[in-house]
Ligand binder design. Structure first.
Ligand SMILES: [Zn+2]
Length: 342
C-alpha cells in the first residue's frame, strides 16, 4: 500500500460518512481515549508503526478499516478489501444473545476472530513492518466496532440495518444501526457540545478518569457478550417499550435518546480503556529482540529524500559557483589594475 493511497483515504475521511461501526467520531473517540492510556513504552513502540504522514497520531487511522472497503473512499482498490467486511461484526440468530463462536464465528471470520488474529499479528516476529502497520490499524478499529452493540446482533435484520425509521422528527429516514453508529453521537455533540468534538472528547475523558476500568484484557468474549446483552435488553425497545423490527417504521425522540446516550458513551469509554490496556500489554509482551524490524521506506519518503538531496546539491553547487566567480573577478581586477596608480 502506497503512502499516497493512504493519504488519499485520510483526506476523504473528513467528508465520507462511515457505514460500518461507530461513525468517524465514535471510532476517533475510542482510539483517542486509548491513546491517553498508553504507557511510554507502548507509545514509543506504536508511533513508528504508523504511516509517516499521520505523524504518530493513532487516532488518524481509527476508521481506515472502514474506508478501504468503500468505493467512495477507496475507488481504485476497494474490491480487494471486500473479504474484510465480515471482520467488523458478529451475526447471531435473531434474539439469541448467547454468543457461540462455533456457530457465529466460523473459521474466525468475525470481529472476535479479527481481534485475536490482529493482536497476534501485531507482535509476530516473523511479520514485516507493513504487516504490523496493517495489524495495528485493523486492531484499533475492531476494538471500537465490538463495543457498538449492534455489531454483535441479529443476522435477520443485518444488525439493525433493515430496521428503518425517523429520529428527532428529522425528515430524512435513518435505520437503527446507523442511529447507534453515529446518529445519537451527532445529536449529542451538535446540541450539547456546540458541535465541538474536542470539548466532547474532554468530557468523555473526564468521565473515564472517574471510573474504575473493567478491562477483561484477554477476554474478547466478555466484550462481545456485553454488546449482545445490550442488544437483547435495550437497543431494540422503542419509547413505549415495544420491540422495533424491520416490518415497522420507528419514530424515536428524546426519550430514546436520553435512555441510550449514556450507554453509547459507556461503550466508547470502555472501548478506549480496553484498547489502551490491550496495546500496553502487547507492547510489554512483544518479542524485544531483534527489535521490531527496521522501518522500510515507502515511496513517499524516498521521493522526499531524493528531492531534498537534489536541492542540497543545487545549493552547494550554487554556493561554489558564486565563490568561484567572485575569486575570478578579484583575480581579473588585480591583473588589469594599473601598477602605477596608487
Ligand atoms: Zn467497522
Amino acid at each position: 500500500m502506497t503512502a499516497s493511497f493512504l493519504l488519499f483515504i485520510l483526506i476523504l475521511e473528513a467528508t465520507v460518512p462511515s457505514i460500518h461501526g461507530w461513525g468517524l467520531e465514535g471510532h476517533a473517540l475510542v482510539v483517542r481515549l486509548a491513546e491517553s492510556q498508553l504507557t511510554p513504552e507502548a507509545s514509543e513502540w506504536i508511533k513508528p508503526l504508523l504511516p509517516w504522514f499521520v505523524f504518530g497520531n493513532l487516532t488518524a487511522v481509527a476508521s481506515w478499516a472502514d474506508d478501504i472497503i468503500h468505493d467512495n473512499s477507496n475507488h481504485f482498490d476497494y474490491i480487494n478489501w471486500q473479504w474484510t467486511r465480515a471482520l467488523h461484526y458478529i451475526d447471531m440468530p435473531d434474539w439469541n444473545c448467547d454468543y457461540d463462536p462455533q456457530r457465529d464465528c466460523k473459521n474466525d471470520i468475525c470481529v472476535d476472530g479479527a481481534l485475536r488474529n490482529y493482536s497476534q499479528r501485531l507482535i509476530a516476529a516473523d511479520l514485516d513492518h507493513i504487516q504490523h502497520e496493517e495489524a495495528l490499524m485493523f486492531l484499533v478499529h475492531f476494538a471500537g466496532d465490538v463495543h457498538q452493540p449492534l455489531h454483535v446482533s441479529f443476522a435477520g435484520d443485518l444488525g439493525g440495518n433493515k430496521v428503518k425509521g425517523f429520529f428527532m422528527n428529522n425528515s430524512r429516514e435513518t435505520n437503527l444501526h446507523s442511529l447507534w453508529d453515529s446518529g445519537l453521537i451527532h445529536w449529542r455533540i451538535s446540541h450539547e457540545f456546540q458541535s465541538n468534538f474536542g470539548l466532547y472528547y474532554e468530557y468523555l475523558y473526564a468521565l473515564m478518569r472517574n471510573q474504575t476500568p473493567t478491562i477483561h484484557n484477554d477476554d474478547f468474549k466478555q466484550w462481545i457478550i456485553e454488546s449482545a446483552t445490550l442488544v437483547c435488553q435495550q437497543v431494540y425497545f422503542d419509547e413505549t417499550n415495544v420491540t422495533m423490527n424491520a416490518s415497522a417504521v420507528f419514530h424515536l425522540g428524546n426519550i430514546y435518546y436520553m435512555k441510550n446516550i449514556p450507554v453509547v458513551e459507556q461503550r466508547i469509554i470502555r472501548g478506549g480503556q480496553r484498547l489502551g490496556s490491550l496495546l500496553n500489554r502487547l507492547a510489554a509482551n512483544r518479542p524485544k529482540s531483534p527489535a521490531s524490524s527496521p522501518k522500510k521506506l515507502c515511496w513517499g519518503t524516498i521521493t522526499l529524500i531524493v528531492v531534498v538531496a537534489i536541492e542540497l546539491v543545487v545549493v552547494i553547487l550554487a554556493f561554489i559557483g558564486t565563490r568561484m566567480v567572485k575569486r575570478l573577478k578579484e583575480k581579473t581586477t588585480l591583473s588589469f589594475s594599473n601598477p602605477f596608480m596608487k
